[in-house]
Design a protein around this ligand. Structure first.
Ligand SMILES: Cc1ncc(COP(=O)(O)O)c(C=O)c1O
Length: 400
């Protein structure tokens, strides 16, 4: 079954009672037993629930995995995956993974006797150089946040396999429609289903998908023991979102490509980070491991004041955290997604004060471009003391 069909038909046969086409919400904490000797397959919602089971089967089908466990948030899924580590273990983390994952690994894991080293995912050989006898896991993602750099997933997995390291890959930015990391050699795929999977900014969730039964069973056991389970309604919302994922990813990618091309021709925009642009350093690699380039773009403009003014002057793009919803969002990484890092850590990762991040939604691309255009003009007018911008306007009267 192709992904667009699987998202609608896997695990979602009409229920036996009324043959409802859409799976009802099983808003119940417990399920009655037919007989005392045999526990039902689904007995208690912390451990399992029909809405969760349906969501898990669709996600497993889309990622090509045999096991999926859905969680109450992406971070709950991160914590569950890292619970495979034990005191004395060492983990290698890519420098530009999601800030919350970074914070958890650097701040919490050392308290449990687990150490970590940061590596550059664009230099897979660094894994070999930095691995220790106690290393057990490599954590990475692509395209990365916020600079959309693209790492070679196959090479990283090949080195990790040689060194007997588990690979944990966050596929949130691409979604299984655009990238299937298990096919590229990854052991465990992670999602914040809050983002593209649900797609409507109305729920929070996470998931782990794998073909390894030991890791898959450990995730299910973890949720049973910790209660990090999603509610039936949140699973229902994620499953409803999944039905249109293939369509949405196509439109997110088309819109982002148009916006990125427009930005790259704008005289005041200094850099555009989007893997769909032919001059992006990861373009060829992204073309070989993704079937589309997704909806995330970052760009730099002017200085801190100009960037902040742009971010607060859009009318269709909403200034908000998060990504992956149908509505376009604009973010200022320095104070928002990467606000928890030190200035030094931010600059090391290329998060400069003039960087803006866009989550391009599925609205009409003409409206999105017009909105960015007016926001940039507003920012230029407000930055009269910014001579560089002013001089550019003088040289390009069409910008005034
Ligand atoms: C790439 C990525 N992974 C994981 C997470 C964490 O997910 P959640 O917010 O659902 O806990 C986020 C949240 O922004 C994210 O962007």
């Amino acid at each position: 079954m192709k992904p667009a069909t699987a998202a609608i038909r896997v695990g979602q046969s009409p229920e036996p009672g009324h043959r409802a086409v859409t799976l009802p919400i099983y808003q119940t904490s417990t399920f009655a037993w037919d007989q005392i000797e045999a526990e039902p397959a689904i007995a208690y919602t912390r451990v399992a629930n029909p809405n969760r089971t349906a969501l898990e089967s669709v996600l497993a089908a889309l990622e090509g995995g045999s096991h999926c466990t859905a969680f109450a948030s992406g971070m709950a899924a991160v914590v569950a995956a890292l619970s495979l580590l034990q005191a004395g273990d060492h983990v290698l983390i890519a420098s530009d993974i999601y800030g919350g994952t970074h914070r958890y690994i650097e701040a919490i894991l050392p308290r449990q006797g687990i150490s970590c080293t940061v590596f550059d995912a664009l230099q897979p050989e660094e894994i070999r150089e930095l691995a220790q006898p106690t290393s057990r896991m490599v954590v990475f993602e692509s395209p990365s946040n916020p600079l959309l750099s693209v790492c070679d997933i196959r090479s990283i997995c090949a080195i990790a396999k040689e060194l007997d390291l588990i690979t944990l890959f966050d596929n949130t930015f691409a979604s299984p429609i655009l990238q299937r990391p298990l096919d590229l050699g990854v052991d465990i795929v992670l999602h914040s289903t809050t983002k593209y999977i649900s797609g409507h900014s109305d729920t929070v969730g996470g998931a782990l998908i794998t073909n390894n039964s030991v890791y898959g069973e450990a995730a299910a056991e973890w949720i049973k023991n910790t209660g990090a389970s999603p509610s039936p309604f949140d699973c229902w919302l994620a499953l409803r979102g999944l039905k249109t994922l293939a369509l949405r990813m196509e439109r997110h990618s088309e819109n982002a490509q148009r916006v990125a091309q427009w930005l790259s021709q704008h005289p005041l925009v200094t850099q555009v980070f989007y893997p769909g642009l032919a001059d992006h350093p990861g373009h060829a690699l992204a073309s070989s491991q993704m079937s589309g380039f997704g909806g995330m773009i970052s760009f730099t403009i002017g200085n801190e004041a100009v960037a902040c003014k742009v971010a607060t002057s859009t009318q269709i793009f909403l200034l908000a955290e998060s990504l992956g919803g149908v509505e376009s969002l604009i973010g200022y990484p320095k104070l928002m997604s990467h606000g928890c890092l030190t200035e030094e850590q931010r600059l090391e990762r290329g998060v400069t004060p003039n960087l803006i991040r866009l989550s391009v939604g599925i609205e009409d691309a003409d409206d999105l471009i017009e909105d960015l255009d007016q926001a940039i003009r507003t920012a230029i007018q407000a930055s009269t003391p910014n001579r560089a911008a002013h001089e550019l306007v003088e040289a390009n009267p069409s910008l005034a």
